[in-house]
Design a protein around this ligand. Sequence first.
Ligand code: ADP
Ligand code: ZN
Ligand code: ZN
Length: 669
Amino acid sequence: MPVCFLHIALDTPLDSLFDYRWEYAPEAPPRVGQLALVPFGRREVVGLIVEIRQETDVPVEKLKDALAVRSQLEPLSAEWIALAGFAADYYQRPLGEVALPGLPKNLRLESTVNLDRAIKKLAKLEDAHDAAPANVPLLNAAQHTAADAIGQAHGFAPTLLYGVTGSGKTEVYLQACAQVLARAPQGQILILVPEINLTPQLEGNIRARFPGVMLATLHSSLAEGERMYNWLAAHTGRARIVLGTRLAILASLPHLKLIVIDEEHDPSYKQQEGLRYSARDLAVWRARQLDIPIVLGSATPSLETWHHAQSGRYRKLELRERAVKDAVLPRVRLLDMEKDRPKDGLTSGLVAALKARMERGEQSLLFLNRRGYAPVISCDACGWVSECTRCTSFMVLHRPEHRLRCHHCSLELRIPRACPTCGNVDLQPLGRGTQRVEEGLQLMFPEARILRIDADSTRRKGSAQAAFDTVHRGEVDILVGTQMVAKGHDFKRLTLVGILNPDTALFSQDYRASERLFAQLMQVAGRAGRAGGNHSEVLIQTRYVQHPLYSAVMKHDYDRFAASLLTERRQAALPPFMYQALLRAEARELALALEFLQQARDCVEHDGITLNDPIPMTMTRVHNVERAQLLVESNSRPALQAFLKTWMAALRALKSRVKWSLEVDPVDI
Ligand code: ADP
Ligand code: ZN
Ligand code: ZN
């Protein structure tokens, strides 16, 4: 029997690939892109074959045999391996740590029983019936131009679809998709959305529009079996449309012909733990590699994307008006909290506006990006506040659940009956979260049907969808919610949006805070007035009525605001005019973390690269771990990448006991 050596990527932090010996039947040679079961330490694990070699440097006594090669599965394509390889390189991780977690868990189990069953089920699947597609709306001129430009594009054509909220971007995607599906008989399309909660709305639209086309969804709340099935549907090419959240960017799509990134500015495209990748950036790379078009859609593009569009690297298509007849953008007004003092968090101006909606049978949305009842409780007598014992943060009061909760380490306590320091029984909630707003509204409007939607009210699987359905059916008068309700939803009956407490973000240390706040306000404002009529309003309660950010929101003037932010960024040498990476260190003692970073700073030459001083992170302690960071900057991306490569090797060689990680293109610094 012939023998070869399988060069395999394994899911381990060790930055190398591993060789295994493999004896195979001549009629079934192993192939690159197949998965193999191999012994690793005391375990048996599944790895990815990235090369097949006739020779190996591994000494005979150390060389082990592979246990099995998974031949039922079509190999992962060279393009897919290259994508994982690029992500690994760019984010400075071993290939195996990128490639293998990107596959469904079941594929990585030792047994293959499940796999056979999955695959059989797919093979038996008949193509869905050719039911009549749902009514296709007639596009307006701007939509038409955009849909054709995207649908007819060939080769790598990155396009920013810059369309105000409600301008019908979805319809443009759908009609562009229709053109691609018609043109490429096997062709596949990948559509990414920022939130799991937005998949059902779009899934419904896609299924209605393309009844004969198989659609697979990929997101983190699928059960393992489902995830495997959907992944295989994409991998085998049966699913022609794949709709998912950021993790779907690593789906295996052998016939990918178009990528759509909806709400491309959304921070949730950035993975914030483990491999800290940007799904949007990987998508652009993937499109370039495959030489296919990609659309980035947004009413408030990220400054990175906007910068590319302004400089001509991306094509810009604009939708300036709302698509529904008579629908106009809502009027935005500021309510001065210095003059109109809020009661229960609401100014009289906002209360009057809510009343008017109730009388007309229209819906209102109150947006407050803070869940819980109050962010902290305190004792007036001695000054005690509910700090988390494990984190640099406060325990949030959750009144309905009778709990104090830390949102960073999940510590939970019963609400103390009395102050733990002085025994005072009169503890006061400070500030307000969505639960408290809901309570206040109930007292003020006993008749109103009020619904709160936030991470707490939607813990159970399916409950978020059920809540959104209630809103769509018109069974809610006032909706109270966090950013969960701000994005993407097409609420038809909503004519008022009240924004309760946006001021804190105006003075954040994070240089991205104003970009984010602006996008968030424009997004949530965009939920109002989507069905037509001209009396929709957005009311912002603020103490800073003169602030330029609010003036820009009032004028719906993204262009000018983005231009001013870009000027600031250029002057301050910040992204997108600067490239950054952040080294983080964690230890039981802050001094150890800082010491490691100092060592890291001194251990290599770094011409042309700025290594800033190590500093404690803003939230220094989380779950009893002290955290510090070191910011690395360069005005050249290739120079930064080259430096990181040598630096990582040097850092690994330090063999420090301090836990550290690197983030490339960090967003929270
Ligand atoms: P966006 O994603 O740009 O915020 P949507 O795609 O949700 O906007 O579209 C807003 C609304 O406009 C939806 O109700 C959609 O059905 C409707 N719509 C889109 N295009 C048209 C059109 N050409 N004619 C009529 N209605 C349209
Ligand atoms: Zn006290
Ligand atoms: Zn905590």
